[in-house]
Design a protein around this ligand. Structure first.
Ligand SMILES: [Zn+2]
Length: 339
């Protein structure tokens, strides 16, 4: 067997192997692991009212789950004695003998309102990071447009993903130009309540809800590391002002779109008054959070699989495929150093 074939085999089976071993070992190890003193933050995107909505392909299904799956997720952490908090709760000292979870929703889908019923039932908070341009213009999110139109054309999921990834290196206007060139201006219109963003009245409703907190997700869902200082400032200010107009206050938290940040982004987030900023570095947060880390808070992607299968991984502090690739990177660099 040649070395490329071996590499392919390791890459395709490695994460699965980590998952299998973890699935067996984690529940045993959790009897001895101290889970206190930590906060697990999860990011969700869209919610489906039912499984049949998912089959309609009105929205990119990546990271979206049904309301039932969302409820199972909450029940799992409640049973395991986690306390749910929102960014505002981080202002007061968190009790170090507790373990915490935070639920965050990115982008600002109308379907996020489906979470209300569950939050009310279990009396737990969530924070919603809103992309203000889509809200004010009722425009579809660009990654959903790619998914919807390419699926209709019969493209493979692999091709759709690589097209989406390639667009992430562009600025917002260039992405929209690409969308309009490929699918026409009409493609910016949402297809239904499944893929549309919230409207201004719904944002007001969200802000009034006792378990909801609102955060910034930029004006154009801009991947901030692609922009200049002035452009980053503008992205944060326009969205902040737009949120202020809708809800009467400025948000204290921001989720960097796609999780991307650098030193410039962090310093501007600080200058613009944000107290908390969230990335997508898949690791737990150790309490108390040092001041240096408040603007680069870790978040786990909420898995769309069954929480009863996956919960132990989060509680152990890892996601199988990320653990596999980080171990592989470390091993490779160790071998390179030895050579
Ligand atoms: Zn986003």
């Amino acid at each position: 067997m040649d070395s490329t074939r071996v590499k392919d085999l390791v890459n395709s089976n490695g994460p699965l192997l980590v998952e299998k071993i973890g699935g067996l070992l984690n529940p045993f190890l959790l009897n001895f692991k101290n889970e206190k003193n930590r906060l697990l933050v999860f990011y969700f995107h869209g919610l489906y009212a039912s499984e049949s909505e998912q089959k309609l392909n009105h929205i990119d299904p990546q990271n979206n789950m049904t309301v039932t799956q969302f409820e199972d997720f909450i029940k799992y952490f409640l049973i395991n004695k986690y306390r749910f908090i929102c960014p505002e709760d981080m202002n007061s000292d968190l009790d170090s003998s507790q373990k915490y979870v935070m639920i965050t929703f990115d982008d600002g889908y109308y379907n996020n309102l489906l979470s209300f019923e569950i939050l009310e039932r279990y009396k737990i908070p969530a924070v919603y990071f809103l992309t203000t341009r889509n809200i004010s213009e009722n425009s579809s999110f660009w990654w959903d447009i790619i998914f919807k139109y390419r699926s209709k054309q019969g493209s493979s999921l692999e091709n759709i993903r690589s097209e989406q990834v390639s667009l992430k290196s562009l600025k917002h206007q260039d992405i929209i130009d690409y969308i309009v060139r490929n699918f026409g201006i009409v493609s910016l219109n949402p297809w239904s309540d499944i893929d549309r963003p919230l409207n201004e009245n719904e944002v007001k409703l969200l802000a009034k809800h006792s378990y909801a907190s609102i955060g910034n997700h930029t004006h154009n869902h801009s991947i901030l590391t692609n922009y200049t200082r002035d452009e980053i400032v503008e992205e944060l200010r326009i969205s902040n002002n737009s949120l202020f107009e809708m809800i009467g206050k400025y948000p204290i938290s921001i989720a960097y779109p796609n999780g991307n940040f650098n030193d410039l982004v962090i310093s501007i987030a600080k200058e613009e008054g944000f107290q908390y900023a969230f990335t997508i570095q898949h690791e737990p947060i150790h309490l108390p959070v040092g001041n240096d880390n408040l603007l680069t808070l870790n978040r786990f992607m909420a898995s769309t699989n069954k929480i009863s299968d996956y919960g132990s991984f989060y509680r152990m502090g890892y996601i199988p495929n990320y653990l596999f690739y980080s171990l592989k990177d470390r091993l490779t660099s160790f071998i390179m150093r030895k050579k």
